[in-house]
Write a protein that binds this ligand. Sequence first.
Ligand code: SME
Length: 160
Amino acid sequence: MAESILIYQNATKEAKYKQILPQINALIEPETDRTANLANIAAVLKEVFNPLWVGFYEWKTDELVLGPFQGPIACARIKSGKGVCGKSFEIAKTIVVPDVDKFPGHIFCSNSSKSEIVVPIIRNGEVLAVLDVDSYKLNHFDDVDQEYLEQLANLISNKW
Ligand code: SME
C-alpha cells in the first residue's frame, strides 16, 4: 500500500480529484474491511481538500448512523428525510447546499459549517450510505465536486 497520497498542491480542484481517485482505488482495492476503507477515504479527502468535516453515514435498519469521519464530533443518527443527509438518502440524489442557513431542516453539527454537499452511495438502486462534506466557506461546492464525489461514491459502492 502507498504510504501517502501524492498530490500537486497547486493543481486545480479538478486536477486534484483526478489525481486522488486512482490512488483511492488502489488504496481500497486490496482491503476487504469497509470501515477501514471508509476511514482511509475520509482521511484522504481531509488531507487533500481540508474541509471542516468529511465522513460517512451508513444506513442501518431504519436510520443513518455515523461512520468513519474526520472533523469535529457529529450527530450520531439521522432519520430518512431529515437534514441534508436524510434528504439525500430519501431522494437518492446528490444535494449541493450553497448556504446551510437556507436549507430547511439542515442539522447543525458545527456552527462553522457554511456550505455542504451530500452524495448517496447507491448499489442496485438501494442507498447504502451517504458521503457528507462540510465547508467553512459559503458556496464552496460546485459541479466539479459533484461529478468527482459521485465517481468516488461509485467506486465505494462497487466494493460494498
Ligand atoms: N449537516 C448534516 C448533518 C451531518 S453534519 O454536518 C456532519 C445534515 O443536515 O444532514
